[in-house]
Design a protein around this ligand. Structure first.
Ligand code: GSH
Length: 223
């Protein structure tokens, strides 16, 4: 199975982690849509939105990290990343969607674009007001929501699900961008630190280190 994307991407990392946990070997083809001219010429045939990740499995193409993880789940059901219980299953998918919106679109994407993509890749100055609004308003709102879930080891039930992969993957980029979880969210901070110290996360972070260094990202949160 081939994955198109770059390991630093929040949504590509979700898929890489899911495949690693399930023991599904992935061959990766680097596609970085934010770099002008980078995606292959047939990219829209592979990813209709132009976004990463997408996969190709014996001629079957699929884009969207959630859809891909559902596909991996059918191919290799263990360890399950979607709970068996009806309500937990729905709650995990709802939190995954929440992370794509309240964490990625409202916090990570605006900061990444104005701090890295504009100034460092496209030679366009970033908008510091957008960064500040994401950091000072959207991030505390989203983190407060997670903190108030009475967060312990996992977001849903008593094992790792797609919801954890989505939230942790966003928090990794938040840290790479030089930000940290404020002391008012102690449960979230503990949750994040515990997860980045697990074997799958450690291996993924080590694998993506060269990409992070190349972009000048902050890896000092990894011990
Ligand atoms: N819902 C999609 C979101 C994918 C997405 O937003 N990918 C980002 C990278 S994490 C992307 O391709 N950004 C490129 C761009 O904004 O042009 C998924 O879950 O795969």
């Amino acid at each position: 199975m081939k994955v198109y994307g770059v390991p630093l991407s929040v949504h590509t990392r979700k898929v890489i982690l899911a495949a690693r946990l399930k023991g599904i070997p992935l061959e990766s083809e680097i596609v970085i849509p934010v770099v002008p001219g980078n995606p292959p010429s047939n990219w829209r045939d592979i990813s209709p939105t132009g976004l990463i990740p997408a996969i190709e499995d014996n001629g079957f193409r699929l884009a969207d990290s959630t859809a891909i993880i559902c596909y991996l789940e059918r191919k290799q059901p263990t360890p399950a990343l979607l709970p068996a219980d009806d309500r937990e299953y729905a709650a995990a998918l709802a939190l995954d969607a929440w992370a794509g919106s309240a964490l990625f679109r409202s916090v990570i994407h605006p900061i990444f674009h104005n701090q890295i993509v504009g100034p460092k890749i496209r030679n366009v100055p970033g908008d510091s007001a957008v960064i500040e609004a994401a950091r000072d308003k959207a991030a505390p709102e989203a983190f407060g929501y997670l903190e108030n879930l009475d967060l312990r080891d996992f977001l849903v039930g008593d094992r790792l699900t797609i919801a954890d992969l989505a939230v942790i993957s966003n928090l990794i980029l938040f840290h790479y961008l030089g930000y940290r979880i404020a002391p008012q969210f102690p449960r979230l901070d503990r949750y994040f630190r515990r997860h980045i110290d697990t074997p799958a996360l450690r291996a993924a972070l080590a694998e993506e280190a060269p990409f992070a260094d190349q972009m000048g990202l902050d890896r000092s949160f990894i011990h």
